[in-house]
Design a binder for this molecule. Structure first.
Ligand code: SAM
Length: 237
């Protein structure tokens, strides 16, 4: 693949990066995203942050191979410790990790004053989307856009968030499905939730067989199943 090209998943995240952005890509194995965006002329400067030495070295190599060492800084750091406010980062991408890990990176970034609050966040959790959305909304981020893509038999969601003055209001159902995705209900979204319904029904059946105290779990899974059925029925109309 040409360094200008990205996989479906990363390309979709890239589409939300504004023209001329100063981009920090956190967890930037191979620095694929900042390198492609710089080669496409979309970003003004890039920072690739990596906490593990192997991927950090791969990112450095990819940047050097494409003649971009002046334009993309590769930094070995944990999460948002890769940036300082003086970098004037305008967009943060965190892709390909669990939603809870992304949430924890953002929380530490906030505590360590690495976020000005003016950044656009473009997040691609592999799982744990609800927990991530919940953190964002509690921190006054509006969920400005979302996308869902299929790649290698897997389905991925992308969440775009920007901080606003007052806490935005979303229902528990919107935080579960994603407010934008729920409105659109496109074919990939419906495929994801059809699969999830089968899994959740199996989980519910086995919870009902359990001799442990799983009443709360049963209640949660039953609620999710109800929502999924409602959404699928609604889309079928
Ligand atoms: N972002 C790329 C993508 O979406 O294709 C790489 C995804 S890869 C599965 C996750 C990367 O995040 C790994 O290289 C891992 O070392 C890195 N990572 C995990 N936790 C991190 C943290 N706290 N700070 C920086 N990088 C982290």
């Amino acid at each position: 693949m040409n360094a200008k090209d990205l996989s479906n998943r990363l390309q979709k995240a890239a589409e939300f990066v504004p023209q001329g952005a100063i981009l920090a890509d956190i967890g930037s194995d191979h620095a694929y995203l900042p390198v492609a965006l710089m080669l496409q002329g979309k970003i003004a400067h890039g920072i690739a942050g990596e906490v593990v030495v192997g991927p950090y070295e791969s990112a450095k190599k990819q940047v050097a191979k494409n003649g971009l060492t002046e334009k993309i800084d590769v930094r070995l750091a944990d999460g948002l410790d890769a940036v300082v406010l003086n970098d004037h980062v305008s967009t943060v991408t965190i892709c390909g990790m669990g939603g809870v890990l992304i949430r924890d990176i953002l929380q530490r970034g906030k505590e360590n004053q690495r976020l000005s609050g003016k950044e656009r966040l473009i997040l691609q959790p592999n799982v744990g989307e609800r927990q991530l959305r919940t953190w964002l909304v509690n921190e006054n981020y509006q969920l400005t856009d979302e996308a869902i893509v299929a790649e290698n038999q897997k389905i991925y969601e992308i969440i775009v968030a920007e901080k606003v003055e007052t806490t935005p209001e979303y229902s528990a159902k919107e935080l579960f499905f994603g407010p934008v995705l729920l409105k659109e209900k496109n074919s990939i979204f419906l495929e994801k939730w059809r699969h999830k319904l089968i899994k959740s029904e199996k989980i519910l059946a086995s919870l009902r067989q359990s001799d442990q105290d799983v009443a709360k779990k049963i209640e949660n899974v039953a609620q999710e199943i109800k929502w999924i059925k409602e959404v699928l029925a609604d889309a079928g109309k």
